[in-house]
Ligand binder design. Structure first.
Ligand code: KIV
Ligand code: ZN
Length: 403
């Protein structure tokens, strides 16, 4: 439930598209890559960036150039090969960071400097050890510095969701005045909940006088498993950029998952009439590429890209699916780049699914052969979690030999 009045002005958005366009800002190569077990070398990052570009994401955050020479080189190379997307590099609120980001980005067709500074009381006191007024001045100085190098500057108040609202409004207003054209609100520690986050975005639109001069972006972490829900709530309130990662990789519990954001918007147009320009047919390819490169496995029941996301094992579900896929599928496997639903054969599978699966494997058995093979399949499935194609092939050979 919202506690803020509605703001009826059109939210700022990428002018090349309509007002319901959501820019997908992919940070797999920066926030995703910096999480434990997810590091990628330059060649691997470039490979991922090419797929993201082909997929149609709006912005690719290639890395944090000042953090290492290899990150610097990766961002420079990505800047050189990416054709459509904007390429962003992260920088703290320091001239050295911003210079380094710009050196890496300057050859990009569409470069963006993304600079950030913590604004929450906890971060200012313990992490930065700075007074709020010094932080405020540093926001102005860093954005001004970045803007003198690059016309496309994004500013983020780190730990934005735990920042005092008055101070957040002042900093956002100052960053826009200094030239930021995207204001990204991070839920750095994954603390917010959808209603609260929706209200926060509405509050900014209502209270920051120049808010219409900048696109509002959101960047949600998944510590409470709410990153996607929070991002979508923010979109409803006027955010027009969402930051996310492939497979939801990222610090701790990760970031909002790109595939979930894109497919939620695509599947529920009736509730969320927004478009991202992303070709969802690339989702499986991108997911497998990132997980293959990092060795970071996708959990089997992960929405959209998990191995079971389009798999149906229970007999009732399999039977329904075979009659009409919409009975148990809200989106098609083809829409995310898979060729077909996977019928997982196990002890819950019925005869209809068994027969169809054999057909997929190239076998059409006589009634007696089928009866025999199905009985033997049920026996096997009784003591095996999943019956693989090889098991079925052995069963079929046996049944055919016996008849
Ligand atoms: O989570 C965060 O706050 C960040 C910022 C640098 C945007 O990743
Ligand atoms: Zn983050």
């Amino acid at each position: 439930m919202t506690t803020q009045p509605e703001n009826h002005t059109t939210p700022a958005h990428d002018q090349r598209f309509g007002e319901n366009h959501i820019t997908i800002f992919d940070t797999t190569l920066r926030d995703g890559e910096q999480s434990p077990g997810c590091s990628m070398n330059k060649e691997e990052k470039v490979q991922v960036a090419k797929v993201l570009d082909a997929m149609g994401v709006g912005v690719i955050e290639g890395g944090f150039p000042v953090s290492s020479n290899s990150d610097f080189e990766a961002v420079s190379e990505i800047a050189g090969v990416v054709q459509s997307a904007q390429v962003a590099g992260l920088a703290r609120a320091r001239p050295g960071d911003i210079d380094r980001a710009w050196q890496a980005l300057q050859h990009a067709a569409n470069p963006r400097i993304h600079t950030f500074l913590s604004t929450s009381p906890l971060h200012m006191k313990y992490k930065l050890q700075m007074d709020p007024e010094d932080v405020y001045q540093a926001v102005i100085d860093s954005v001004t510095y970045a803007r003198n190098l690059c016309p496309n500057v994004e500013w983020s108040p780190e730990d934005g969701t735990r920042t005092d609202h008055d101070f957040l409004c002042r900093c956002v207003e100052a960053a826009i005045k200094a030239g930021a054209r995207t204001i990204n609100i991070p839920d750095t520690v994954g603390y917010t909940v959808p209603d609260e986050f929706r209200d926060l975005i509405r509050m900014l639109r209502n209270r920051v006088p120049n808010m219409d001069q900048a696109i509002i972006s959101v960047h949600c972490h998944n510590d409470l498993g709410l990153a996607v829900a929070n991002s979508l709530a923010a979109v409803e309130a006027g955010a027009r950029q969402v930051e996310c990662t492939i497979n939801g990789i990222g610090e701790r519990a990760g970031n909002a998952a790109l595939e979930e954001i894109v497919m939620a918007l695509k599947t529920r147009q009736d509730m969320m009439p927004y478009e991202t320009g992303v070709d969802s047919g690339y989702i499986t390819k991108a997911s497998r590429l990132v997980s293959g490169i990092t060795g970071f496995n996708v959990q089997p029941n992960k929405a959209i890209v998990g191995k079971n996301a389009f798999a149906h094992e229970s007999g009732i579900h399999q039977d329904g699916m075979l009659k009409n896929a919409e009975t148990y599928e809200i989106m098609t496997p083809e829409s995310v780049g898979l060729t077909r639903s996977t019928l997982v054969m196990g002890r819950h599978s019925g005869k209809h699914a068994f027969k169809t699966k054999l057909k997929e494997l190239g076998y059409e058995l006589s009634d007696n052969e089928l009866k025999d093979a199905f009985q033997r399949f049920k026996d096997l499935a009784g003591h095996k979690k999943e019956v693989f194609d090889e098991d079925l092939l052995a069963l079929v050979d046996d049944a055919v030999l016996r008849h």
